[in-house]
Design a protein around this ligand. Sequence first.
Ligand code: SAM
Length: 235
Amino acid sequence: MNLILLQPDDFTAPGTVVLRDRRAEHAREVLQVREGDAVRVGILDGMTGTGQVIAATAAELTLEVVCNEPPPPPLPVTLLCALQRPKTLRKILQCAAAMGVKRIALLESWKVEKSYWQSPLLRPEALREQLILGLEQGRDTVLPQVTMHRRFRLLTEEVLPVLARGATALVAHPEAATSCPRGVNGPVVLAVGPEGGFTAYEIEKFAAAGFLPVGLGARVLRSEFAVAALLGRLF
Ligand code: SAM
């Protein structure tokens, strides 16, 4: 946790927060804060700044906060990600939020295990929890938006062509003949496949919607590592 993310109900008075949850525990046990120390804080969907430790007991952490610095700029990317097993999805959500992605779309695809759509992780509060962990890691405050697209045909015929317009639209595919570009300027829409990859038919549908299949080289990465490698290369 590189920033303590604050929410409206943490405030007991203007400028004063009292924390009693994992954030207080982290400050106490990992950061080992003492009275008078300063910690980095941010307000959810707001500014970042400093929290002066007023009291740090075993039960709670009291901070006086001043937040007047903007969070880091967002990445101009929409991440389309085939739905993954929950363990992998948690990592992808955290990674994407830490790296500054603000729009994430979870997609149906042929090799997505159907039961993943029933996962409790897809509940709004569970998604939010993972995204907040990522924001805390990346010292960001702005919560990404997550959408879900369970109908692949509707997605490819109606949603993807609109997303691709005016953007660099890429679908990551280990078999692609073209290398993933580096240091792209302007908006990007990036699609990442499921554990078993996109099928040839799905890649064709992406291409028909204006997406260029791109590769990262001979090594095939797990989806969560591919997301980090692709974002690191694109921006
Ligand atoms: N056997 C699958 C295949 O060949 O497509 C492996 C899928 S990989 C575990 C999951 C996703 O990560 C892929 O669908 C792709 O989007 C991305 N990915 C992983 N390694 C990649 C690479 N070397 N180049 C491009 N994309 C990659």
